[in-house]
Design a protein around this ligand. Structure first.
Ligand SMILES: Nc1ncnc2c1ncn2[C@@H]1O[C@H](COP(=O)(O)OP(=O)(O)OP(=O)(O)O)[C@@H](O)[C@H]1O
Length: 634
């Protein structure tokens, strides 16, 4: 009980207790108090508060307290009905807009925003005037007037949750949409909706009372708190207490619903107390997997002709973020992908694991995993193969772990779902995996929520989660960026340990060469959505051939760098998606660029053992064509 009240706070206890009392009054009062509430007795008309009539009597001698309590049923009942219809239409409308094509989405969002600019009570008054004053009419009017608010909320929540890493992760696991909705979407939006429902009911109580007060809602002989206010207002100078009862009831019920909604929200999402809700919009994704053939014997995963693009703002064209890339990762290899922000590292890695972000169109000529041609198996089989074969560790573990579920539940989810492992066995495996990534007290920790973890622990928990299905490949996207250097070194150690113990291949994405140097055997350098160099880590450090790789290395601070000499910075900036230059994308920033570099993209050329480079300077056959550019754009 103490834990419960700690979780919801004192206002939560007040809210939930008040809600129970309020609902009990609404149910019971009309049964027992209708008679004194409706009995007219002119002999006791306009009596002030007394032992017999705690809130006095109105002009017709009716007991104000009894009437206030009896009116609770109609006032709250109508408000709940209006809120029900508001959500019934508003929630699906907002959710549908969030996943609608961009043009419809933008138009819908603008229309909702326009409707939100109008005060809902004014809209409700206009609607009841049109459809005719009655209790039913008032409910419909309040529901319609409040729909834009709920649709906007649903739109924002749906869009933000759909874009979360753990939803991408669940999709990658091949989890069904229903499971995603019940396990991930509802627990992460339910708390916000609980608060919205509660505040919507308290707003509806006020709006319905206002409509009744204006003669547009409940009509005598029926009475709600609004009609009681009319009676009270008529004799405000002689019997002010007649208005006091319904006015206090409206105010108190509003507070109770707000507190109770917040308490339910906290129960649904324990992290609600600690953090606010954030939201970004994303659209639905699409995958276009073209057929093709090709095989790389001995490779764990290989892709040829990988292209990832997005529609342009106007929706008429597309821009490619990863452009005709070939990649192969061998068993037990630790491969780093290096490149500045926006070079296409994440998109390439995610598409390699068939997990493109929403809105991305992906095409490949061939795609093989463990010698299975992924173009020749159905979508379900592909998802299942990759779900257990590939684990993803994202940059921000806070976004990757579902805040509403215990860490243990999240770790065991895929084992229970995909391999039908009994929950108890899965839990033991989860504890073992947590121990394996260096989390002490794993038996207890497994029952905790992500917000009870430090940043380093969350990242380790993510790695432990990835290990649950004994994957062949871990794709880790900047796994240490958010961590301090000590924890960063520990996490890299864990990854190296996993590679040694289980032979798991690792694809590590980073823009920090020092991170890659610590554990990688091979480095792929990307620029402008293309691979420009691919070589063993020592070769990259000592014999890099591509001007971009050399520039990246020159920009790294090392212990021998003279204090008085400024650190080298690569001139210019990486091109944005829509501004990709023709030919080699690096040529505008390259001091060695030649005319040829502006025209074509150089093919990847072998320049040593396991060392390939895409630069015209490295291709002997083209050397004669080279002539200096007149100027180098920076
Ligand atoms: N969902 C998306 N919609 C539109 N453009 C996107 C989307 N995701 C990525 N991009 C664009 O694609 C390009 C490559 O993005 P990607 O995330 O792969 O880069 P990155 O090299 O991993 O960079 P970073 O280190 O910043 O994560 C960038 O220009 C990025 O703005």
């Amino acid at each position: 009980m103490k834990r419960f009240s700690k979780r919801i706070g004192i206002e939560g206890v007040v809210g939930l207790t008040g809600l129970v009392i309020l609902l009990a009054i609404a149910v019971v009062a009309p049964v027992f108090l209708s008679e004194p509430a409706e009995r007219m007795d002119v002999l006791v008309a306009a009596e002030p508060a007394s032992k017999e009539y705690w809130l006095g009597t109105d002009n017709l001698g009716r007991d104000v307290l009894a009437r206030t309590l009896v009116a609770a049923r109609l006032s709250i009942g109508l408000a709940i009905a209006a809120t029900f219809f508001k959500f019934l239409v508003g929630v699906p409308l907002g959710a549908a807009l969030a996943i609608a094509p961009k043009r419809i989405r933008n138009l819908g969002a603008r229309m909702i925003d326009g409707a939100l600019a109008l005060p809902s009570i004014l809209v409700a008054i206009v609607i009841t005037t049109i459809i005719g004053p009655s209790a039913h009419g008032a409910v419909i009017a309040v529901a319609i007037a409040g729909m834009p608010t709920i649709a906007r909320l649903s739109f924002t929540l749906s869009a933000s949750v759909a874009g979360r890493d753990y939803i991408h992760g669940a999709r990658n696991l091949g989890v069904s949409p229903w499971y995603i909705i019940t396990r991930h979407v509802i627990p992460n939006t339910g708390d916000t909706f609980a608060v919205a429902i509660a505040s919507s009911i308290s707003l509806a109580i006020v709006e319905l009372a206002s409509l009744s007060f204006l003669g547009l809602g409940v009509h005598p002989p029926a009475y709600d708190w609004g009609t009681m206010l009319v009676d009270g207002a008529q004799s405000i100078y002689s019997t002010p207490w007649a208005a006091l009862g319904p006015a206090a009831a409206i105010a108190i019920s509003g507070i109770i619903f707000s507190f109770a909604g917040e308490a339910i929200g906290r129960l649904l999402n324990p992290q609600r107390r600690k953090q606010g809700k954030a939201g970004t919009s994303t659209s639905g994704g699409q995958e276009v997997w073209s057929t093709g053939s090709g095989s790389d014997a001995g490779a764990l995963i290989s892709v040829k002709g990988l292209r990832v693009s997005f529609p342009t703002e106007d929706g008429d064209g597309e821009v490619a973020a990863v452009r005709d890339v070939d990649v192969t990762i061998n068993d037990s290899e630790i491969v780093g992908i290096l490149g500045e922000s926006g070079s296409g590292k994440t998109l390439m890695a995610l598409s390699l694991g068939v997990l493109p972000p929403p809105g991305a169109a992906v095409s490949v000529q061939s795609h093989r995993f463990e010698d299975v041609d992924l173009n020749n198996i159905d979508q379900e089989a592909k998802k299942k193969l990759l779900a257990t074969g590939i684990a993803l560790v994202f940059q921000d573990p806070s976004a990757s772990l579902n805040p509403a579920l215990r860490v243990g539940t999240q770790l065991t989810e895929s084992a229970i779902y995909h391999r039908a492992v009994p929950p108890k066995v899965a839990r033991e495996a989860a504890v073992k995996r947590l121990q394996e990534v260096g989390i002490t007290g794993a038996q207890q920790v497994v029952n905790q929520y992500p917000h009870e973890f430090s940043g380093g622990m969350r990242q380790r928990a993510m790695i432990a989660m990835g290990l649950m299905n004994s994957p062949k490949l871990i794709i880790a996207d900047e796994p240490t960026t958010a961590l301090d250097v000590t924890v960063q070194a520990q996490v890299l150690d864990q990854l190296r340990g996993i590679n040694k113990t289980h032979g798991t291949a690792i694809l590590l994405i980073s823009h920090d060469i020092a991170v890659l140097y610590q554990i990688c055997t091979r480095i792929i350098v990307m620029y402008g959505g293309k691979i420009v160099e691919d070589a063993p880590v020592d070769v990259i450090l000592n014999e890099a051939r591509h001007p971009y790789t050399k520039a990246l290395l020159s920009a790294v601070l090392d212990a021998t760098h003279p204090k008085d000499k400024p650190l080298y910075a690569i001139p210019g900036r990486a091109p944005a998606l829509g501004e990709m230059p023709s030919g080699c994308p690096f040529h505008p920033r390259c001091s060695a660029a030649r005319a040829k570099c502006k025209g074509d993209f150089p093919a990847m050329t072998d320049v040593g053992p396991n060392h390939t480079v895409a630069c015209f300077q490295e291709d002997g056959s083209l050397a004669e064509d080279l002539r200096p550019l007149k100027s180098v754009a920076v």
